[in-house]
Design a protein around this ligand. Structure first.
Ligand code: AMP
Length: 358
């Protein structure tokens, strides 16, 4: 229902993250306006207003801007010109600088280094000859600097010839070549910072990928107390440094340092938005990542999220939907289906939270 006296939150992007953000915003008493170029956007379903237009269309963007009080994003690969244009008219969260860093793996690495956050060795590749100075005596990964997700735009490399072929397959697009990390586990943090500067981090989740796509996340992660503390500290540094508002996720590898034989954290990437590895918070925490994001961006004071149930999230990918859409949620198993228009291999169709109430 449209209520004129309510504040309206604009959301750029119409996927499942946009849908869950919109649901949370409506529950908290706001109107939402989804802006997405895709007519089949899942987020359109429950939102107050929808616009189906290209992100590059300034006239349509202006019309959208006029209907909203503030704007947020549900995915980071929105053209920077769009983000900057909006920021000239209405508040946009997270800050454009954070979005810019997350769009380019080189900027992300430079940001980690500048803030003394350990990341794996890498080299910027802007021509095929740049590959000659990388040593191929260990496994490496070639990644396009921009627009990579769920394993798209990345290839495991074992020789110079491999790397040259992959670089040509990526149409000589700017890339990073980086050290393959022999990790023992992958973990991520979901943190929020409000407009008062309060920062809170959920308990880190442990993440299992299949074919480079997140398969499962569970909380609590099987990590030492010290690593947990360090994850919290790194997250705080990053959010403060970016003057961040809203939810930010950071993905890490955990590996055993060959010299000290102790586990260490290697930062992989940041996502300036709610994140798939935070979906457990819908059932396992007293506040979901979606509500925490909305509260942060509308100027409310946020609280420290509490774990209420140990939870494991399973992604429903591609054809798996045909199994899960016949089942009902139960007290210990909550099924979320995103209502996507068609099934594709590797496409995220929904997720299930297994809630441990014992
Ligand atoms: P990314 O897009 O960088 O998050 O990569 C997706 C997934 O691919 C990661 O979560 C890892 O499972 C795997 N991966 C990416 N980069 C590396 C790396 N340098 N070493 C080992 N595994 C990697």
């Amino acid at each position: 229902m449209i209520e004129k006296d309510k504040k309206t939150i604009g959301i750029l992007g119409g996927g499942q993250l946009g849908k869950m953000l919109s649901d949370a915003a409506i529950k908290l008493g706001f109107n939402t306006h989804i802006y997405s170029p895709d007519v089949n956007s899942p987020a359109f379903r429950n939102a107050t207003y929808n616009t189906i237009e290209k992100f590059e269309d300034k006239k349509k963007l202006k019309k959208f801007i006029d209907t909203v009080d503030l704007v947020t994003i549900e995915f980071e690969n929105i053209p920077l010109t769009t983000i900057e244009y909006i920021s000239q008219h209405k508040p946009i969260y997270p800050p454009p600088a954070a979005i810019e860093i997350s769009q380019d793996r080189l900027k992300e690495k430079d940001f980690f280094i500048k803030n003394k956050i350990k990341t794996n060795n890498f080299k910027n590749i802007e021509s095929i000859n740049d590959l000659n100075s990388w040593t191929f005596d260990r496994k490496s990964v070639l990644k396009t600097r921009r627009f990579g997700y769920d394993g798209k735009g990345q290839k495991i490399i074992t020789s110079l010839e491999d790397a040259q072929k992959a670089y040509l397959d990526f149409n000589e697009y700017p890339c990073l070549i980086e050290e393959f990390v022999e990790y023992t586990k992958e973990v991520s943090t979901i943190s929020a910072r409000d407009t008062f500067g309060n920062i809170f981090t959920y308990l880190p989740s442990e993440n299992i990928h299949k074919d480079h796509i997140l398969d499962r996340s569970f909380v609590p992660a099987s990590i030492s107390k010290d690593l947990g503390t360090e994850l919290k500290q790194i997250s705080s540094i990053i959010l403060s440094e970016l003057n961040y508002i809203g939810i930010l996720s950071i993905e890490f590898f955990v590996r055993v340092n060959q010299q000290t034989k102790e586990e260490e954290l290697i930062a992989n990437e940041i996502a300036p938005r709610v994140h798939n590895s935070g979906h457990w918070t819908l059932d396992g925490s007293d506040i979901s990542q979606f509500e925490q994001h909305i509260k942060s961006i509308v100027g409310k004071k946020i609280n420290e999220p509490k774990l209420i149930f140990k939870t494991e999230m399973l992604n429903i990918i591609g054809e798996d939907i045909n199994y899960w859409n016949k089942l009902n949620s139960t007290e210990n198993k909550k099924i979320y289906l995103y209502g996507k228009d068609s099934i594709r291999k590797g496409r995220k169709m929904g997720h299930v939270n297994f809630i441990n109430k014992n």
